[in-house]
Design a protein around this ligand. Structure first.
Ligand SMILES: Cc1cc2nc3c(=O)[nH]c(=O)nc-3n(C[C@H](O)[C@H](O)[C@H](O)COP(=O)(O)O)c2cc1C
Length: 189
């Protein structure tokens, strides 16, 4: 079954590296026959949270916020590309996510964390697991953890060396689990 998968990423930095992992994941899911699309918090650029989407009267939310609400609601599964700042979440993606709630409900989510160093964003993985569960998503146990992101994926998001090969192996199990739960949740919804 072809699924509709959104890959969410939220660094606002000029020379951001996590976009490589987002691109890799989109390519990977497309190669499996799914529709995969990037939700780039920097491009959507919602304001710092004031009113959530659901706080607006019907039809009065700002255009970009309303458009994203529809897009999230239509998705079968989410992948969160989780960078780590000071052992916590990246604020750009957290700000985007906080604008919504029901749009994420009853769908599986996978977390792909990364960092410049050896620890692969494990703290942000843990933090996102708590947050996504609280918002009604079921977080799959398989995780992608990419250390030394700049060496593991080149600018074209092509895996490099032994760490790149490990990413490719991990992606298979990650994708198999996410699509299993996405199909199950879709059938039940
Ligand atoms: C403000 C800031 C805080 C950071 N804190 C951490 C950290 O706690 N743990 C870590 O592994 N890397 C940390 N890093 C390094 C990031 O892993 C690295 O810069 C990564 O490329 C950030 O993602 P981005 O390029 O997509 O913005 C930090 C980087 C910045 C800019």
């Amino acid at each position: 079954m072809a699924l509709d998968i959104l890959v969410l990423y939220g660094s606002y930095r000029s020379h951001r590296m996590g976009i490589r992992l987002a691109d890799y994941l989109i390519g990977g899911f497309e190669a499996l026959g799914h529709r995969a699309e990037l939700v780039d918090a920097k491009a959507v650029d919602l304001p710092m949270l004031d009113l959530r989407h659901s706080d607006y009267p019907p039809g009065q939310a700002p255009g970009a916020m309303a458009k994203l609400a529809q897009r999230l609601s239509a998705a079968d599964a989410f992948v969160f590309v989780a960078g780590e700042y000071n052992r916590g979440l990246q604020p750009g993606l957290k700000n985007l996510v906080d604008h919504y709630l029901t749009e994420f409900d009853r769908r599986p989510a996978g977390i792909a964390s990364y960092s410049a160093g050896r620890f692969a964003g494990v703290n942000s993985h843990a933090a996102w697991t708590v947050t996504l569960n609280a918002m009604g998503m079921v977080v799959i146990p398989e995780r992608l953890s990419v250390g030394q992101i700049g060496d593991t994926l080149d600018e074209a998001a092509t895996p490099q060396g032994p760490a790149g090969a490990a990413l490719e192996r991990g992606f298979k199990a990650f994708a198999e689990s996410l699509t299993f739960w996405a199909e199950a949740a879709k059938a039940r919804r």
